[in-house]
Structure formats: structure tokens, C-alpha cells
Design a protein around this ligand. Structure first.
Ligand code: B3K
Ligand code: ZN
Length: 864
């Protein structure tokens, strides 16, 4: 497969001002007739042909200006038409089989309904079209189908007509007035039921809102589980008006939940299609975290209406233009809904466990990549989450008001266009009043910068020395220094106060900053609020970290101090550089800091729950050049047991207190649920038998999924009758609910149980397991790949299991298969014995015949 490069971009030779589509819908055979009005693009070179992309289409006929023509040819899957004039009408008939579409790209069947996924290049699996984001067209669509089978027919925009036809068939006609690229096209047909409501926009437009689910379902309809999604949609619409001044622009907003979906959701104009996972939620089947995820994804897709749809991307290299910006927008929204401190910590945790490994591995790429073979492989944590961090840095440097002015200018200047990241940066410069010349490096350089920090004290002067290095990444051996905004504060140890925060920007390799008026050496709090997505490297004395963990008035910095305390201890233990008494001292300071967290009455439980979490295995592995996953796992577990043993009484008291809090949706009750399960995690490590009983009691008394899943998570890691009974009870109770059965799979795949690998092998043969449903595949195998002691078993069996999965899944669903390659691609950062085994599995995959473009690209880059 060819490499596509950003520098090769050229505008398309034709414009397609109008697209008319006629669908005769059927599960096994769908006939599509498309009528395109095309005109030469005066801003592009003149071409004697037009290239219409296709993928696995059966061509039925081609007409130009009303006449059948044979002046066309196939170039691979693409249809190339010769055209002499400047304006033409092209009519193409194709036939497709949605039931055979297991890739879930284009038009496919799911549970008897028909739905589409077109981003990035799925529209070409529906009809021949210039399937690129810079070709904008207005769509008029007629859908026809058997009414009993597909009573509801949905498409983008507004419904203009509907009616009955002969032979039990019916039709609906839709028109979307907003020009859009083909990747935003969507249709859905099926037996659906809606939760309907309305929203009045700031200028008084009355918008009909519908959340659609499958009408008939064994075990009752899902309609009752759509209320939270609907409320989240209204909150998002309101918030975007208040915070960004953005208003919705159609009279209708439809959301449809489907159970077979490659990603989380899709922002198609006026017709979002969602994975059921991000729609269905009630307290019996969804955890508090699930509720938050629904709210966040609903918001994300809604916000795309401006950052993505009204202003779209010129080409796929600009993906972060819409994704990074929209992630930032949904993060800010969730901060406002759920509380800023905890949300920020959660987002940084995701960045560190998903994006940092990308940046330090063979798949590292800038947030605006320079090349790809398969664009689906670039829907990454780098483009999304680091992309959001990059824009957040601009916001931190200019402040929220100037940032808003920059956004206003961007929306105003580029409305209706297919824009670039460069357009966004320029609008920020002009609208927010900041020079971002050097800052543009954040768009072009990959790798997580490291910042070395030292603080010296002499007389009344404190001197802060900062030094940055941006590590080499594939294709980028040498880097330039980037501007790194760091919010800092200097604390006086005795009073526990600081003299105000300030933002320093490290914009050269090295910088020294002097601060006057310190009779004692201050305690440095740096990268407060996590202003820059960098790795801070410093050797802070333990007592200063304990001080910050207990006292810092920046919640993130407080969390960070606790993390650093644990990370520095575990890294030293793993480096075999500590004497026994040093190990004891390290553990003692962690116990001391944890005790302060458990007993601080001023702390709300939600924040307490964050502070209680140990740094993840992945984040710890990031700190080493060649990690031994088993040892990291063992030392992390040993520390957990140590802390659990030394604070057993405090954890039990916390668990008892939290258990007594009545189960509601308010923040206090949610916080109580969070610390309840956190306490069990430590207690399980310290006292497995006693905790099995305690967790089983929590499981049985649970009035909601948060408590039930938390208890089951702990129990799956333990041995005994409680484990067996809880797993059985959970399965029987929820066997008709696919999303909950996904939890049952993932908990066992992730479990601390020594036989987790055997459990995974057995679950792969379970009647409820299928390679056809991405949620189910991810539950079992992403869980497994994230389970260090099972996946990284020293004999390499875990690697073989994952490689076998990739090979089996690739012919069915290449996009999802390719997502399992990165865990194997980490081999360079793993100790040599395992690294060789991982590499061997990658080579075995690479040698397979007929590998998809998706998997081929990821495997070759990973071997690279
Ligand atoms: N824009 C979609 C991504 C779909 C990608 C499919 N390969 C989801 C989102 O970011 O909102
Ligand atoms: Zn998005």
C-alpha cells in the first residue's frame, strides 16, 4: 500500500456542489443511485478526468449528462471518468451487500438495522465519490425500504417528505442544507424507538431532539436507559452557547445507538451514530464512570457540529484540527459539570497511560502527522489527547478571555471551509494576540519533552534551573526547543503558604529564573494544573513531596506529589539501588502520605479517591528504558500490600463510613462509592480472605453498578467461593445486557488472579464471545493486553494469544484488528528476553498473506 504524504496535498480538480442519492435499502442487497452535479474547480489544475473513489462496490451503470457512457475505466477500486466540459451531471448506480460488511465501514447491518460509518474513508464503500474532506456538497437523499422491516428511515438534515409505496414499502426524503464532506454522511434504517425532547437555542430556534434505540429487544427496550444521554445533550447545547457562543443550526438533532461500532461515536451532521456503550446508562447497569463517559462523548460529538462540521479538515493530516480542539472543548465542559480538579487528574492519567507510550514507541507521530498508509491508524491518543493539550497550552498562555476571542475569530473566518491546523494557529495569533511562531513546533515535532528541574537557594535568592530535551522519534532524530508553559508556586515550608502562582515559559534549551525574598529554601510546586504535556524530571526530597501531597492548594500538584513519591520509590526499588533501610524509609513516607490522605477531613471523597490511586503499570514502565513487566507488577503489588497492611484499620474505617452513605447521584455519594472500592483494593492486597468477605458483602448489598462492579473487580483477583459465586450471579443477572456482559469479560481479563491467562483462553471459547462485535473483542483482549502479569508471562504465550487474535480478526475487521498491534510494538522498551518474543510475533503477523492495509502499516512500523 502506498504512503500518502502531507506535503503532496493538491486541491481536487472538481467541485461537487450537489449530491442526490437514492437508496433502495435491503440487508442483503442495497441499490444506490447517485447523481452528482460537478463543476471544474477554478482553484485547481484542469484535469481531463474525474477520479471517484470506490471500495468493494459493484458498478451497475454510469451516465453522464443523462446518457449512458463508456468513457470510464477502473484504476484499482476507483472509477475514472473522462470529461470534456466544465459542468456535468454524473449518474452512477451501484449495488452493495450490507450484511456482508463485517468491517463496519460504509453501510452495514447491525442487529437487523442498517447504519453507516463513513469517517474517514467509508463513503466510498457506499458509492463512487471524491471521498476526501475538502470536497463539500449539499445532500438530498431518498430512502426506500420495506416498512415492516425498517419503519424508521433517518438521514442528515431535515426530513422533507415521507409516504407509503406499493408492496408494503415506504420512503423518506431528507435534505441537509449545510454543505459537508462525504465522511459526515449518515443514514439509519430500522425498527427504532425514540426518547424525544426539545431544546430552544439562544436565538429562539426550537430543536427537536431524539435518542433512538432498537425498539424490540429481548429483556425489554433500552429506551429507559436513554435519559442521561438526553440530559447530557441539552447540557452540551447550553454550555456551548454560554462558553463558546456556538449555537445549533438545524431544527432536528438525532442520535442513534448501535451495538456494533468500531469507535465511540460519530458526529454526522444532524444524525450522530453512537456505540450503545456511550448512550445506555442507568444506575443498575452503568457505573458512575460510565455516566461521565456518556456525558463526555455526547458533548464531544455535539461540539463537533462547529469544530469539525461547520469548519472541517482540508485533508486527514489536519485531523487534530477537529479532534484535538473538540477533545479540549469536551474536557472543559466536563470540568464544569463534574469539577475541575478531578477531571483534570483523570485526563492527565489518560494522557500518561495512552499517549506517553505512543510518543516513546515506534508509532510516535506529531499531532499533525506527515505521512500515513491507512488514516484509520491515526485516530490516536496523540492526535486526540495530546492535540487537546497543545491547544490547552495556548489557552493557559493567553488566558480564557483572549482564548475565546481567538476561537471566535477562527469560527468566523473559516465557517464553511475545509481548514488546516495552520489556519487555527493563525486565527489564535490574530484573535488572541500572541506570537505562536515557535509554538508551531508542537504541531510538527513528536515525542514527550523532558524538563529537568533544579531549585537552589542562596541568601535570599531562590534559583530555578530548567532544561528541556525533546527525545528523538522515528523520522525525527533531532529536535528544536519548544515553548513549554509551566505554572509554578514557591511554598514557604513553615507557613504552608506561597506568594502567588506564576506562569513561566521555557522557550530555549535552558533557562534560569531568580526569585528574591526567600530567607529559607522554598518548596517548588511546578507544572501546576499540568499546564504542559511534558515529563518533569527532578529529585525532590521525600519530605517535600509529603508536604506537597498534604498541603498544595493546587489539586493536580497535590496528586502529582503523591504520584512522584510512589514513582521515585518504585523506580529506585526496581533499579536495585536501595538498601533495606532505604526501602523501609521510602515505604514509610508513602504510608505517612497515604495516612494524611485517608484522614484529611477537608478533602472530599472524590478527590481522596484520586489521591489514593497508585501510578499505573504503564506509567511506571515509561520511566524505564527496558522494563521488566513482571517485576514492576510484583513491586507495585507488594507496595499495595504494604500500605494496606500498615493502614488496614484506616482503610476498613473508610470502607465502613463510605458504605453507610446512602446511594444517590450527588457528589458526596459518588465520592463515597469511589473510595469504597479503592479501600477494597488495598485491603485485598493486605488481607485477601477477610477482604473477600467484605467485597462479597458489598457485591450483595449493591444498589448500583458502581458498587457491584467495584466489588466484583476485587473479587476476580482473589480465590475462593466468593469469587465463583459473584461471577456466576453477575452473569445470570445480566446475561441479556451485552454492555454489562462486556464488563464481566473485561474484569476477568484484567484480573490479578494468577490464572488470568487460562481464564482468558476459556472466555474466548464462551458462547457469548464473538469476533464480530468490537465491544466484546475489546473487552476480552484489551483487558488482557493491559494485564501485565498475564500478557507478559515470561514464556511469551500472552504475545502469541494476541497475535493469533490479530490474525483471526484482520480479515473480519481490519480497523479493530490493527488496534491490537501497539501492545506488541512496545518490545523495544521491554527487557530483551520478552522483547525477542514480542518481535517474533510481530514478524509472524507480517509474514501472513493478504494482511489488511491497517494491520500491515502498524506491524511494519512496529518492527521498524
Ligand atoms: N470522528 C469520529 C472518529 C471516527 C473514526 C473512524 N475511523 C469520532 C470522534 O472523534 O468524534
Ligand atoms: Zn471527535
Amino acid at each position: 500500500p502506498p504512503v500518502i504524504r502531507r506535503e503532496d496535498y493538491t486541491p481536487f480538480a472538481w467541485m461537487v456542489p450537489e449530491t442526490r442519492l437514492h437508496f433502495d435499502l435491503g440487508l442483503e442487497a442495497t441499490r444506490v443511485v447517485s447523481t452528482l452535479t460537478i463543476a471544474r474547480n477554478s482553484k485547481a489544475d484542469r484535469s481531463p478526468t474525474i477520479r471517484l473513489n470506490g471500495d468493494a462496490l459493484e458498478l451497475v451503470s454510469v451516465c453522464v449528462d443523462g446518457e449512458p457512457t463508456d468513457s470510464w475505466s477502473m484504476d484499482g477500486d476507483d472509477l475514472v471518468l473522462s470529461l470534456s466540459g466544465d459542468v456535468h451531471q454524473v449518474e452512477i448506480a451501484t449495488q452493495i451487500d450490507p450484511s456482508a460488511n463485517s468491517q463496519l465501514m460504509g453501510l452495514y447491518g447491525s442487529n437487523g438495522m442498517l447504519c453507516t460509518q463513513c469517517e474517514a474513508e467509508g463513503f466510498r464503500r457506499i458509492t463512487f465519490f471524491p471521498d476526501r474532506p475538502d470536497v463539500l456538497s449539499t445532500y438530498s437523499v431518498r430512502m426506500e425500504a420495506v416498512k415492516a422491516q425498517f419503519p424508521i428511515l433517518l438521514c442528515n438534515g431535515n426530513k422533507v417528505e415521507e409516504g407509503d409505496l406499493e408492496d408494503g414499502r415506504h420512503f423518506a426524503e431528507w435534505h441537509d442544507p449545510w454543505p459537508k464532506p462525504s465522511y459526515l454522511f449518515a443514514l439509519v434504517a430500522g425498527d427504532l424507538a425514540a426518547n424525544s425532547s426539545a431544546f430552544t437555542t439562544m436565538s429562539g430556534r426550537e430543536v427537536e431532539l431524539n435518542v433512538w434505540v432498537r425498539a424490540q429487544k429481548e429483556g425489554g427496550s433500552d429506551l429507559a436507559r436513554t435519559e442521561h444521554a438526553m440530559e447530557s445533550l441539552k447540557k452540551s447545547m447550553q454550555w456551548d452557547e454560554e462558553t463558546f457562543g456556538r449555537e445549533y443550526d438545524l431544527d432536528l438533532y438525532n442520535i442513534v445507538a448501535v451495538s456494533d461500532f468500531n469507535m465511540g461515536a460519530m458526529e454526522n451532521k444532524g444524525l450522530n451514530v453512537f456505540n450503545t456503550k456511550y448512550i445506555l446508562a442507568d444506575s443498575d447497569t452503568a457505573t458512575d464512570a460510565d455516566f461521565d463517559a456518556v456525558e463526555g462523548v455526547i458533548a464531544h460529538e455535539y461540539f463537533h457540529n462547529w469544530s469539525g462540521n461547520r469548519i472541517t479538515c482540508r485533508d486527514w493530516f489536519q485531523l487534530s484540527l477537529k479532534e484535538g480542539f473538540t477533545v479540549l472543548r469536551d474536557q472543559l465542559f466536563s470540568q464544569d459539570m463534574q469539577g475541575e480538579a478531578v477531571k483534570r487528574i483523570e485526563d492527565v492519567r489518560i494522557l500518561r497511560s495512552a499517549q506517553f507510550p505512543e510518543d516513546s514507541g515506534p508509532l510516535a507521530h506529531p499531532i499533525r502527522p506527515d505521512s500515513y498508509r491507512e488514516i484509520s491508524n491515526f485516530y490516536t491518543a496523540t492526535v486526540y489527547n495530546k492535540g487537546a493539550e497543545v491547544i490547552r497550552m495556548i489557552r493557559s498562555m493567553v488566558g480564557p478571555q483572549a482564548f475565546r476571542a481567538g476561537c471566535d475569530l477562527y469560527f468566523d473566518r473559516h465557517d464553511g471551509e475545509a481548514a488546516t491546523c495552520e489556519d487555527f494557529v493563525r486565527a489564535m495569533e490574530d484573535g488572541a494576540g500572541i506570537d505562536l511562531q515557535q509554538f508551531r513546533l508542537w504541531y510538527s515535532q513528536a515525542g514527550t519533552p523532558k524538563v529537568d528541574v533544579a531549585l537552589e537557594h542562596d541568601g535570599s535568592t531562590a534559583t530555578l534551573s530548567l532544561k528541556q530535551t525533546v527525545p528523538a522519534t522515528p523520522g525525527q532524530p533531532a529536535k528544536h526547543p519548544m515553548p513549554i508553559p509551566l505554572k509554578i508556586a514557591l511554598f514557604d515550608r513553615e507557613s504552608g503558604q506561597h506568594g502567588g502562582e506564576q506562569l513561566v515559559v521555557l522557550d530555549s534549551s535552558e533557562k534560569e529564573l531568580r526569585f528574591e525574598g526567600f530567607s529559607r529554601k522554598p518548596v517548588l510546586s511546578i507544572n501546576r494544573g499540568y499546564t504542559a504535556p511534558v515529563a518533569i524530571q527532578r529529585s525532590t526530597p521525600r519530605d517535600e513531596l509529603v508536604f506537597l501531597a498534604a498541603q498544595d492548594d493546587d489539586s493536580f500538584a497535590r496528586y502529582e506529589a503523591m504520584q512522584e513519591l510512589v514513582v521515585s520509590h518504585l523506580v529506585a526499588v526496581l533499579g536495585d539501588s536501595l538498601t533495606d533501610s532505604e526501602i523501609d524509609a521510602g515505604r514509610a513516607s508513602i504510608v505517612e502520605a497515604m495516612r494524611a490522605i485517608l484522614t484529611d477531613n477537608a478533602l472530599d471523597d472524590s478527590m481522596r479517591g484520586e489521591l489514593m490511586m497508585l501510578p499505573s503499570q504503564t506509567y511506571l514502565a515509561e520511566q524505564m528504558l527496558a522494563a521488566d513487566p513482571s517485576r514492576i507488577h510484583a513491586e507495585r503489588e507488594a507496595l499495595k500490600a504494604w500500605v494496606g497492611t500498615h493502614l488496614q484499620q484506616q482503610f476498613e474505617e473508610l470502607h465502613d463510613r463510605a458504605t453507610a452513605v446512602p446511594a444517590t447521584f450527588d457528589a458526596a455519594s459518588r465520592g463515597a462509592r469511589k473510595v469504597k472500592t479503592q479501600a477494597l483494593v488495598y485491603l485485598a492486597a493486605a488481607d485477601p480472605d477477610g477482604t473477600a468477605k467484605r467485597a462479597f458483602a458489598q457485591f450483595n448489598a449493591a444498589q448500583n453498578m458502581t458498587d457491584r462492579q467495584g466489588a466484583l473487580m476485587v473479587l476476580t483477583g482473589l480465590d475462593g467461593v466468593e469469587r465463583t459465586n459473584a461471577l456466576l450471579d453477575f452473569y445470570n443477572r445480566y446475561q441479556n445486557n451485552a454492555l454489562v456482559i462486556d464488563k464481566w469479560f473485561v474484569l476477568q481479563a484484567l484480573s490479578l488472579h494468577p490464572n488470568a491467562m487460562e481464564h482468558v483462553k476459556a472466555l474466548a471459547k464462551h458462547p457469548d464471545f464473538t469476533l464480530r462485535n468490537p465491544n466484546r473483542v475489546r473487552s476480552l483482549y484489551m483487558g488482557f493486553a493491559g494485564n501485565p502479569h498475564a500478557f507478559h508471562q515470561a514464556d511469551g504465550e500472552g504475545y502469541r494469544i494476541l497475535a493469533d487474535l490479530i490474525l483471526a480478526l484482520d480479515p473480519i475487521n481490519p480497523q479493530t484488528a490493527a488496534r491490537f498491534v501497539p501492545p506488541l510494538g512496545r518490545w523495544r522498551r521491554i527487557e530483551p528476553g520478552r522483547a525477542a518474543l514480542m518481535r517474533a510475533e510481530l514478524e509472524r503477523i507480517a509474514a501472513a498473506e493478504n494482511l489488511s492495509r491497517d494491520t500491515f502499516e502498524q506491524v511494519t512500523r512496529s518492527l521498524g
